[in-house]
Design a protein around this ligand. Structure first.
Ligand SMILES: *[C@@H]1O[C@H](CO)[C@@H](O)[C@H](O)[C@H]1NC(C)=O
Ligand SMILES: *[C@@H]1O[C@H](CO)[C@@H](O)[C@H](O)[C@H]1NC(C)=O
Ligand SMILES: *[C@@H]1O[C@H](CO)[C@@H](O)[C@H](O)[C@H]1NC(C)=O
Ligand SMILES: *[C@@H]1O[C@H](CO)[C@@H](O)[C@H](O)[C@H]1NC(C)=O
Ligand SMILES: *[C@@H]1O[C@H](CO)[C@@H](O)[C@H](O)[C@H]1NC(C)=O
Ligand SMILES: *[C@@H]1O[C@H](CO)[C@@H](O)[C@H](O)[C@H]1NC(C)=O
Length: 201
C-alpha cells in the first residue's frame, strides 16, 4: 500500500516538477544552471548559437540565433556579461523579434537593469529561436561581451556552456547617423507572461 502511494507521489512530482516549463527564473542568470536533473552535460551540445554581427557599436544591436542540429530543445535561457567578468554580472538588453514574440520572454535578472535575460515560455520543442541583444550605451571600443546560453533538451539533459562573443567597435559607422535601437512596446506584456514554477524536490 505504501509503495503505491510512493509511486503515485513520484508520478505527480515528476509531472509538476519537470524543470521550469514557463521559463528560467530570474535568479539563475549568472550561472544559467537549471535547478533540476543530473547536472550539465560535458559533451558538445547538439545546438548552435550565432550572431548576425560579431562587431557592434555601443548601443547597437545584433541578432542572436539559437538552433538545433538534430534534436529540438525544450528550454533555453541566455544572459550577457563583459567577457572578462567571471561573476557574469548581466548587462546590455535583450529584445524579442516579431516571429518569436510568442515563444520567448524577457527576464529582469537580479541585480541589474531590466531585460538582461531571455528564456522560453513553454516546453514545446524548438528548433530555432531568434532574438536581439544590444550592447550597453557606455561600452567602449574594443570591449568584448559574451552572450551565454543554456539549452535544455529534457529534464536530465542540458548544456550550460554555449557562448558567443560580441566585440564593440565605435568606428563602424562614425560617418553615418546610425538609427537608434527600437525597443518593443510589447515587452510590457512580459509581466503577464512570467510565471515561475518552483520545484521543491
Ligand atoms: C560564468 O560563466 C562561465 C561560462 O559559462 C561559467 O563557467 C561560470 O561558472 C559562471 N560563473 C558564475 C559565477 O556563475
Ligand atoms: C534586431 O537586430 C537587427 C540587427 O541589428 C536589426 O536589423 C533588427 O531591426 C532588430 N530587430 C528588432 C525587433 O529589434
Ligand atoms: C502571437 O500570438 C498572437 C495572439 O495569439 C497572434 O495574433 C500572432 O499571430 C502570434 N505571432 C506569431 C509570430 O506567431
Ligand atoms: C571570446 O573572446 C575572448 C577574448 O577576446 C577569446 O579569448 C575567446 O576565445 C572568444 N571566444 C569565442 C567562442 O569566440
Ligand atoms: C547626421 O544628422 C545630422 C542632424 O540630423 C545632419 O546634420 C548630418 O548631416 C547627418 N550626417 C550624415 C553623415 O548623414
Ligand atoms: C521588468 O522591468 C520592467 C522595467 O522596470 C518592468 O516594467 C517589468 O514589469 C519588469 N518585469 C517583470 C517580470 O518583473
Amino acid at each position: 500500500m505504501a509503495s503505491i502511494c510512493v509511486s503515485i507521489f513520484i508520478l505527480m512530482a515528476a509531472t509538476l516538477c519537470a524543470g521550469y516549463p514557463a521559463g528560467g527564473p530570474y535568479y539563475s542568470c549568472k550561472g544559467l544552471l537549471p535547478g533540476h536533473g543530473d547536472g550539465p552535460k560535458k559533451t558538445a551540445p547538439p545546438y548552435r548559437m550565432s550572431v548576425s554581427q560579431a562587431t557592434v557599436e555601443s548601443g547597437g544591436s545584433t541578432s542572436v540565433t539559437l538552433s538545433s542540429i538534430d534534436v529540438p530543445f525544450m528550454g533555453f535561457m541566455c544572459a550577457a556579461s563583459k567577457y572578462e567578468d567571471e561573476a557574469n554580472n548581466t548587462v546590455g538588453e535583450f529584445s524579442r523579434t516579431d516571429d518569436y514574440v510568442n515563444i520567448t520572454q524577457l527576464v529582469n535578472c537580479s541585480g541589474s537593469t531590466p531585460y538582461t535575460g531571455i528564456t522560453h515560455v513553454s516546453r514545446n520543442p524548438k528548433n530555432t529561436v531568434v532574438f536581439n541583444w544590444s550592447v550597453p550605451d557606455s561600452a567602449s571600443s574594443g570591449s568584448v561581451f559574451k552572450i551565454r546560453c543554456t539549452f535544455v533538451q529534457s529534464f536530465n539533459v542540458y548544456w550550460i556552456d554555449s557562448l558567443v562573443n560580441v566585440t564593440v567597435d565605435n568606428k563602424i559607422s562614425s560617418n553615418e547617423n546610425s538609427s537608434s535601437v527600437q525597443t518593443s512596446t510589447l515587452r510590457n506584456l512580459i509581466a503577464c507572461l512570467l510565471t515561475v514554477f518552483y520545484c521543491f524536490l
